[in-house]
Design a protein around this ligand. Structure first.
Ligand code: TYD
Length: 155
């Protein structure tokens, strides 16, 4: 079982400036097991709380690497560590939360407006990312001070 929550509560439509680390949650993904192994399938707007517009994956990650280091204006994501493990640091400009992802049947939902960094990848780790929009460089906030300033403008 995932440690935080397996329920989608419909809050994913919150705008950038309203989201907090408490909106980031773990989602139990269905797992079908047999003597021949396990299978997990996900579907848009049911298992995953948004329409999936893009899938990408992180792999060949060197030891000690840090990924992420940005926030998104509109994009929502679910991260799944399908092989190995990593740690995700979540930050809403006021509070931080650290989540370890270490199983293929558990996804971490991250709404818009959350700064994230991923580190402590185990050797050979593969992280699949399900994203709610196509790739748009303009959706990224890559400057942390600017991110905090934008979040604080809303409070
Ligand atoms: P980036 O989002 O910075 O990766 P991470 O957050 O995992 O560290 O993206 C790294 C590079 O890949 C950057 O040049 C943009 C490019 N990229 C795409 O072209 N398409 C994509 O869907 C993504 C996620 C990244």
């Amino acid at each position: 079982m995932c440690e935080i929550s397996k329920h989608f509560d419909g809050t994913n439509s919150r705008r950038f400036d309203l989201t907090s680390v408490t909106d980031c949650r773990l989602i139990d993904l269905p797992r079908i097991t047999s003597h021949q192994g396990s299978l997990t399938a996900v579907e848009s707007k049911t298992t995953i709380p948004f329409g999936i517009a893009r899938v990408y994956y992180l792999y060949d990650i060197p030891g000690g690497a840090t990924r992420g280091g940005h926030a998104h204006v509109e994009l929502e994501q679910v991260l799944v560590s399908v092989l190995g493990a990593c740690e995700v640091i979540l930050d809403d400009g006021g509070r931080t939360k650290s989540v370890r992802l270490d199983r293929a049947s558990c996804g971490l939902y991250i709404p818009q407006g959350i700064w994230r960094e991923m580190n402590k990848f185990t050797s050979g780790a593969v992280c699949v990312v399900l994203a709610s929009t196509p790739y748009r460089s303009t959706d990224y906030i890559r400057n942390y001070a600017s991110f905090v300033e934008q979040k604080q403008q809303a409070t």
